[in-house]
Design a protein around this ligand. Structure first.
Ligand SMILES: *[C@@H]1O[C@H](CO)[C@@H](O)[C@H](O)[C@H]1NC(C)=O
Ligand SMILES: *[C@@H]1O[C@H](CO)[C@@H](O)[C@H](O)[C@H]1NC(C)=O
Ligand SMILES: *[C@@H]1O[C@H](CO)[C@@H](O)[C@H](O)[C@H]1NC(C)=O
Ligand SMILES: *[C@@H]1O[C@H](CO)[C@@H](O)[C@H](O)[C@H]1NC(C)=O
Ligand SMILES: *[C@@H]1O[C@H](CO)[C@@H](O)[C@H](O)[C@H]1NC(C)=O
Length: 951
């Protein structure tokens, strides 16, 4: 028979793509409900956002949050007038009130809290201070270190800092500002309210000597409003230091959160008078800007209490110049914030929490794509397609394009709907930027799902982990990126580094877009435009660059790993990486030697196997063998894990199979049949040895082998959604069939496996019975012009009628193909196979035509006889008389089975003898049978196993 030229029949890229595209379109059509549901998700989220936004703004528009008003009689008579303002508002309302005339607040000095104020400690620093006992009585002084070129001058100025006038009623600003008042409460972000006057916390007056320790309640008048305020005295302690370096070191060491010494020693202020003299005053003031109180101050920094300390020192210098007692003073009476209009409290909710929502919307596609990929992997459909000739190129092209279209439609609908519903996020920003951003991220996400698919083999696991990942990474990106950006403390370039994680870069992009949207809705400017990408605070440009670079890097990586793993070797990503790094563990070679030594004595015995081996050797000499399949000493070892012994699945298999032949492989479970088939179809790599299919090696040329191979695997690998016909059309197209030839082949194929009846061909596979799936699998393996077909137990689970049909289909298909078939049914083996081999424990025990085998291993009749137990002896005598070489093979309470050698007995003699015997003894039942394949099988199998046990 002619060996076909396989290379010329390789299906073209276009025809493979076409086949896959059509299959996916059908799949998509069946799956449209899912798709629609998926596309509805962003729409649903947009609606939810917009509803939430309306609800929130509605609530904020209620009187509860509007500036409070009251009807008051302004001029004492007539109808009252509606007057709005802070004075009529609750705390919630005050925020939106107009403040046409902000209150004038006296300025205060920031004083450290009593428990943190500086004290003497063991170091050389912090000299001239009281010891720790002052902390108990809360009477530590507010220390003010100072330095300067002229110590006399500096000390004199510092002494003038404090006024020791007694606390009287503070009824005007002059009396307030002549005292040095302080507080330990941090300031607010605006100057509308001075928390020190409003809260119940006592204020401080800083004096050079405290007479009374207890707080004094004083009446303070601010803007004609009387406030009762407790005021405590704090001693102000000027401390001469001989250089500003000392001061610097002190403040450095005393830092509350510092970890260097652990001591907390905070100072109130520090001055450096430098080269000041009577002619000019040159002062440097050190202050602490780290004071903040989150619960008071929504923005990171409160107003700094710096002005009072500068004013106080200037005033002290003035006193020094004039000499004590002169009347001229330079005092800062109050500070006043600029007036403010009435404001509406609104929150651009969609832009505020939008990034997180939108992140989830975009990332939602990830698990969907992953599911597609892992589904085909879990059900081995990818391998099945590959085994029928589908290359990686078309697979990638179609899936990539398919995912891209799905994602693009999804995101375009999302953007359109978001704009329609009026979300600022979409309306204000440039659609071009939105498109480029989403589109590039989508591409990255597709590649990521290809990469992720490598690591999963179960849809459920993949889905669970993917959903967890997008949910968790979204939240994490949300809190981290937002805090880092808004906190302003985390270095920008580290944020950029974080954006290497795709979820983070997505969030960053969305965050910046939303910031522009918020600004746009506040100021009426347009949102993000292309020109804004040059803005260095805008992370969008970096994000786009990162995404595109990652895409470019991951694409070949994903393709490589996918290629490596899809060859069908059930290899973990780890082993791929190992292979990639070129590491080949050395223990492999050792174990190969072990098997080689084991083998010798067995092969010596079997002539037929030696002959087969000779044919193989002969065939291997020739360039063009003309044989369909040639196996050359194929071995497979599964290495034992966790201390288990290595398992030798196949121990040196040599076979030569011409075209037009069907070879049946028989063997008990675990004999290595499936391992053998797995190696031949590229599921696993042989540990050693080689096999040639149409002269292509299974080590190197699997791609070529696949193009003319058919496989009917043990477990049906079918798409639940597709019909039988669609399966056959798909695989037919993969095998280069099209047009009427394809229709014909599909119909022929369906008829041959009996699937044309009762519309089975057009039913989805999920409605098929096990037997129907089996028949479809066989049909798939035979469609097209597959030259070598492997069938792993093709007729399991079939009813007798279907089985007959199947057999005739296979018999017909055998004409110009080589078929390798494993089965447990002897009947099937005898009907279908030209040659049979029996495999036990990884070795071939015999090979030959069924008749030959029966003759060789059979060669006897089986006589079964049942009598009552007392006559067993006599039965045995009878049989031994017929032939002395008889063997008893079975014996159980009166039933005995004997093998009578064919050469020594004639059937007629047996009948005669039994008839005579029956006259004497009551025979309950008896029978004489020729040996069957089954007997041969049992004999070979048990024989081989007992040899094994002996050795
Ligand atoms: C330091 O200042 C005092 C008071 O003004 C002055 O009398 C003295 O000469 C100054 N000392 C120096 C070294 O300039
Ligand atoms: C302070 O005010 C209170 C109450 O108004 C008054 O009784 C007291 O005499 C005043 N003290 C001074 C020193 O003015
Ligand atoms: C911050 O302000 C809150 C609210 O008034 C107050 O309870 C808390 O003690 C303040 N914290 C500091 C460090 O001042
Ligand atoms: C400054 O004072 C420190 C101790 O407080 C002393 O060790 C140092 O020598 C002094 N430096 C000068 C320049 O006087
Ligand atoms: C400055 O203020 C912060 C926050 O209150 C505090 O932790 C730190 O110790 C202060 N630094 C000094 C030198 O007092």
């Amino acid at each position: 028979m002619e060996p076909p030229a396989a290379a010329s029949r390789l299906p073209s890229f276009a025809s493979q793509t076409n086949a896959l595209l059509r299959k996916n379109l059908i799949f998509q059509k069946r799956n449209r409900k899912e798709t629609i549901r998926l596309i509805i998700v962003p729409i649903y989220l947009c609606v939810l956002l917009s509803v939430l936004q309306r609800v929130i703004n509605n609530v904020l528009d209620k009187p509860k949050y509007k500036c409070g008003c009251k009807c008051v009689n302004v001029d004492g008579a007539g109808p009252c007038q509606n007057v709005c303002g802070i004075q009529y508002s609750t705390l919630d309302q005050a925020g939106s009130c107009p403040i046409p005339n902000p209150p004038e607040w006296p300025t205060l000095l920031q004083v450290p809290r009593a428990e943190y104020r500086a004290i003497q400690d063991s170091s050389k620093l912090f000299t001239g201070l009281p010891d720790a006992s002052c902390r108990k009585s809360q009477s530590c002084p507010a220390s003010i270190p100072f330095t300067g070129a002229n110590e006399t001058l500096s000390t004199t100025v510092m002494q003038n800092l404090f006024t020791d006038s007694p606390l009287s009623n503070l009824s005007d600003y002059t009396s307030i500002s002549s005292l040095l008042l302080g507080t330990d409460i941090p300031g607010t972000s605006t100057g509308f309210i001075e928390p020190a006057f409003v809260s119940d916390v006592p204020m401080y007056v800083i004096q050079s000597q405290c007479k009374a320790r207890d707080p004094v309640t004083v009446r303070v008048t601010i803007d004609a409003i009387n406030i009762q305020k407790e005021i405590k005295c704090v001693q102000g302690l000027p401390l001469w230091r001989n250089s500003s370096r000392t001061i610097n070191e002190e403040t450095f060491m005393g830092y509350r959160k510092g970890k260097i010494r652990g001591g907390i020693n905070e100072i109130a202020m520090a001055y450096d008078f430098q080269d000041s003299n009577e002619k000019h005053f040159n002062v440097l003031a050190m202050y602490n800007s780290t004071h903040l109180n989150i619960s008071y101050v929504p923005t990171p920094f409160g107003l700094l209490r710096l002005s009072r300390s500068l004013n106080a020192v200037s005033n002290a210098y003035l006193q020094f110049l004039q000499g004590q007692g002169s009347g001229t003073k330079m005092l800062l009476q109050f500070m006043k914030e600029m007036p403010k209009q009435v404001t509406h409290l609104t929150i651009d909710f969609s832009s505020l929490i939008g990034p997180l929502f939108f992140e989830w919307v975009v990332a939602l596609l990830f698990p969907v794509m992953l599911t597609y990929l892992v589904y085909e992997k879990q059900h081995k459909l990818r391998t099945m397609m590959k085994m029928h000739g589908l290359g990686n190129g078309p697979y990638w092209t179609i899936y990539y394009a398919y995912f891209l279209i799905l994602s693009t439609v999804y995101l375009v609908l999302f953007v359109i709907f978001g704009s329609l519903i009026g979300l600022n996020f979409f309306k204000t920003n440039d659609y071009g930027i939105l498109f480029v951003f989403f589109f590039s991220f989508t591409n990255l996400q597709i590649v990521l799902s290809f990469v992720a698919a490598i690591f999963f083999s179960k849809v459920n696991t993949a889905q669970a982990i993917a959903y967890l990942y997008i949910f968790g990474s979204g939240l994490m990106a949300g809190s981290l990126i937002r805090n880092f950006l808004e906190g302003g403390k985390f270095p920008r370039h580290w944020i950029t580094v974080l954006e290497i994680i795709p979820a983070f870069s997505l969030y960053r992009g969305l965050y910046d877009l939303s910031q522009y949207a918020i600004r746009a809705s506040e100021t009426g400017n347009p949102g993000m435009r292309w020109s804004d990408l040059n803005d260095h605070t805008n992370g969008m440009r970096d994000v786009l660059i990162i995404i595109i670079v990652e895409w470019l890097v991951l694409l070949p990586v994903a393709y490589y790993f996918d290629h490596a793993s899809s060859v069908g070797h059930r290899s973990s990503p780890l082993s791929i990486i190992k292979r990639f790094l070129g590491k080949n563990p050395t223990w492999r070679r050792i174990s190969i030697n072990e098997i080689a030594n084991n083998d010798v004595h067995v092969e010596m015995e079997k002539l037929d196997i030696i002959k087969e081996r000779e044919i193989v050797d002969q065939v291997l000499q020739q360039r063009n063998s003309g044989y369909a399949v040639v196996c050359d000493d194929l071995k497979k070892v599964y290495h034992g894990k966790d201390g288990n012994r290595d398992k030798y699945a196949v121990r040196g298999l040599s076979l030569a199979l011409p075209y037009g032949e069907c070879l049946g492989i028989l063997g008990p479970n675990g004999a290595g049949k499936s391992s053998f088939i797995s190696m031949m179809i590229g599921f696993t790599k042989p540990t050693s040895g080689n096999a040639f299919v149409q002269d292509f090696s299974i080590h190197t040329d699997m791609e070529n082998i696949y193009s003319s191979m058919g496989v009917c695997p043990q477990n049906d690998m079918l798409w639940e959604m597709l019909t039988g016909k669609e399966h056959l059309q798909f695989y037919g197209r993969l095998k280069n069939l099209n047009g009427s030839a394809l229709d014909l082949a599909v119909e022929e194929s369906l008829r041959s496996v009996n699937l044309l009846l009762s519309g089975a061909a057009d039913k989805q596979v999920m409605k098929y019975s096990g037997g129907m799936k089996r028949r479809l699998s066989v049909a798939i393996s035979l469609i097209g012009d597959a030259k070598v077909v492997y069938m792993d137990e093709p007729s399991t689970g079939l009813d007798p009628a279907s089985r007959k049909n199947l057999w005739s289909a296979v018999k017909q298909a055998k004409q110009n193909r080589a078929i390798i078939l494993t089965t447990h049914s002897m009947e099937e083996a005898e009907v279908l196979c030209d040659r049979l081999c029996i495999m036990v424990d990884g070795r071939l025990q015999c090979i030959g035509r069924p008749k030959e085998l029966i003759a060789r291993y059979g060669g006897y009749y089986v006589l079964t006889m049942t009598t009552s137990s007392e006559f067993e002896r006599e039965v045995e005598d009878l049989v031994l008389k017929l032939s002395p070489n008889t063997r008893k093979v079975y014996h159980l309470s009166g039933t005995q089975k004997y093998e009578l050698p064919k050469q020594e007995v004639r059937i007629a003699d047996v009948f005669m003898a039994v008839e005579n015997f029956k006259k004497r003894v009551e025979v309950q039942a008896w029978g004489l049978a020729d040996t069957t394949m089954e007997d041969v099988f049992v004999k070979v199998a048990t024989g081989a196993q007992s040899i094994d046990e002996l050795s």
